[in-house]
Design a binder for this molecule. Structure first.
Ligand code: ACO
Ligand SMILES: O=CC(=O)O
Ligand code: MG
Length: 530
């Protein structure tokens, strides 16, 4: 049944407890957000297209001349609240009820509760995620699994920091004047509306991660949303604190400006490495000399990735802001101690490098990896953070450094992995699971974007050639796809395959790869099928 309030209409199913989130007051708040800021969101999405056209016409991303005074000026962000000063290990994960409890109990300092890369934005996930987070804030959250195992919060839990959907995503189950509203405003608005008072009462605050920003103008939009939301709910200005993910190549050139726009509301920046690689491929896909090797060969030690990480540290610390590291994709490997040891060693090395470089904390994808990251940061970072150290203040990172193309090869195995993992991930996403363990790696929307963007580009780029000299073509894609699907069937079993929305996943994946027009985000056509 649809719930009707003035102007705003819920067309999604109303299941148990949904009315506790979709209250008339909360919906009115969302309606105001959409009315005030919806048009600007759409304009900013248009501006992304304009900048893509400019790149295609040869104007490569660069530091903006018109904001030089911000980069050269001396200013800092507002002081950080106490519970955001030591962020050495943050766990991330979807807003699934059991996982919320596990993440909060994991021993990590913070929990990034994800409505973005790790969540398939079904209506159920969008609303039940809000129920789960509300219960987590109230500390009433409980869960019992089918075997009778009971879950509840420990005395000491991680600080909560939800990540709303990116500005490109809409929530089609809530309409304003018959049109879908912004998924970002729904996720942010509902969490803020229902929890701000309880968070402040317990000495924490409304903290957010902001994903996939492409310019400081988008940061300005978020800042204006925060100012409005705080005023509306009678909360002191500057209470909201947001950490912006630098996960697009465009945003890497506007780090100072993004911190500046959010100055009173900033809690620093984070290196969203997977989307960053995706964005690099997407934005530069039509450049004749830009092509990346196999996904596995693009790492944080590739020169362009290292430059981006070091520039993030330098920029943040100059502005007294935290510079968070990113996600190593390895997760614990079951029933194979040697592979498990190797995975842990890779995560440890990644976290040690981040801590030594000067990052103030990092992300892990799994509770089993919290002690690994903790060990690295405890050893390398004896203080709560490294904001006041001079690490990286003397380096100079240029536009050329950020745009340097890494060497390496494209292999048949790399092409096959992109097809195999990409299709398996899309099938998982369509089934409502936005993060999945595939071949012992964490896969989410960002990693899947890399897989399909590489395939699209390799097929069309003159240098999309395997290390053995074969050109990557649609015919090759079709052949490998058939073979990889057989392999998947063998591995997961025919029954799971048939129940797994694989047919739809293949159709969607084909659309992403075979259409000459590059689809901006796989989640856009994907959402039509949810
Ligand atoms: C590019 C980016 O944006 S990175 C950030 C977005 N991505 C993510 O957040 C991914 C987070 N990670 C995950 O979702 C999961 O770890 C997965 C899907 C990769 C693997 O999950 P599983 O297959 O369930 O792992 P596994 O079986 O080893 O889990 C063991 C236990 O740990 C729990 N667990 C695993 N990962 C997490 C997590 N991130 N948060 C909370 N609990 C977790 C499981 O729920 C399970 O709990 P149980 O024993 O009580 O049943
Ligand atoms: O959101 C994180 C990323 O790596 O992408
Ligand atoms: Mg991301």
């Amino acid at each position: 049944m649809a719930t009707q309030t003035t102007g705003i209409e819920v067309v999604g199913a109303i299941k148990a407890q949904y009315d506790e989130i979709l209250t008339p007051e909360a919906l009115n708040f969302i309606e105001e957000l959409e009315q005030k800021f919806g048009a600007r969101r759409l304009e900013l999405l248009q501006y992304r297209q304009k900048r893509q056209q400019e790149i295609d016409n040869g104007k490569l991303p660069d530091f903006l001349p018109e904001t030089k005074h911000i980069r050269n000026g001396e200013w800092t962000i507002a002081p950080l609240p106490k519970d955001l000063q030591d962020r050495r290990v943050e766990i991330t994960g979807p807003t699934d009820r059991k996982m919320v409890i596990n993440a909060l109990n994991s021993g990590a300092k913070l929990f990034m509760a994800d409505f973005e890369d790790a969540t398939s934005p079904t209506w159920e996930n969008a609303v039940e995620g809000q129920i789960n987070l509300r219960d987590a804030v109230k500390r009433t959250i409980r869960f019992e699994n089918p075997n009778g195992k009971k879950y509840a919060l420990k005395e000491e839990t991680a600080v909560l920091i939800p990540r709303p959907r990116g500005l490109h995503l809409e929530e089609k189950h809530v309409l304003l004047d018959g049109k879908s509203i912004s998924g970002s405003f729904f996720d942010f608005g509902m969490y803020f509306f229902h929890n701000v008072k309880a968070l402040l009462a317990k000495g924490s605050g409304p903290y957010f991660y902001l994903p996939k920003l492409e310019s400081h103008l988008e940061a300005r939009l978020w800042n204006d949303v925060f100012v409005f939301a705080q005023e509306k709910l009678g909360v002191a200005q500057g209470t909201i604190k947001a950490t912006v993910l630098i996960e697009t190549i465009m945003a890497a050139f506007e780090m100072d400006e993004i911190l500046y726009e959010l100055k009173e509301h900033s809690a620093g920046l984070n290196c969203g490495r997977w989307d960053y690689i995706f964005s690099f491929i997407k934005k530069l896909r039509n450049q004749k000399d830009v092509i990346l090797p196999d996904r596995a060969q693009v790492t944080m030690t590739s020169p362009f990735m290292r430059s981006y990480s070091l520039l993030t540290i330098q920029t943040c610390h100059r502005r007294k802001a935290p510079a968070m590291g990113g996600m190593a994709a390895q997760i614990p490997v079951k029933n194979n101690p040697q592979a498990n040891e190797e995975a842990f060693a890779k995560v440890l090395a990644d976290k040690e490098r981040e801590a030594r470089d000067g990052h103030d904390g990092t992300w892990v994808a799994h509770p089993g990896l919290v002690p690994v990251a903790m060990e690295a940061f405890n050893r390398e970072m004896p203080t709560p953070n490294q904001i006041h150290t001079a690490k990286q203040q003397k380096i100079t990172i240029t536009a050329q450094d950020l745009l340097e193309i890494p060497g390496g090869t494209i292999t048949e195995a790399g092409v096959r992995t992109n097809i195999n993992v990409g299709i398996q991930y899309v099938a998982s996403w369509l089934s409502g699971r936005g993060a999945a363990p595939i071949y012992n790696l964490m896969e989410d929307a960002a990693t899947a974007e890399i897989s399909r963007a590489q395939l699209w580009q390799w097929i069309r780029h003159p240098r999309g050639v395997l290390d053995d000299g074969r050109k990557i073509t649609i015919e090759m894609y079709e052949q490998f796809k058939g073979e990889e699907l057989e392999r998947i069937k063998q591995e997961i079993g025919i029954q799971y395959f048939e129940n797994g929305r694989f047919d739809e996943a293949i159709r969607l994946f084909d659309r992403l790869i075979l259409n000459d027009e590059f689809v901006d985000f796989l989640t856009l056509p994907g959402y039509e099928q949810l």
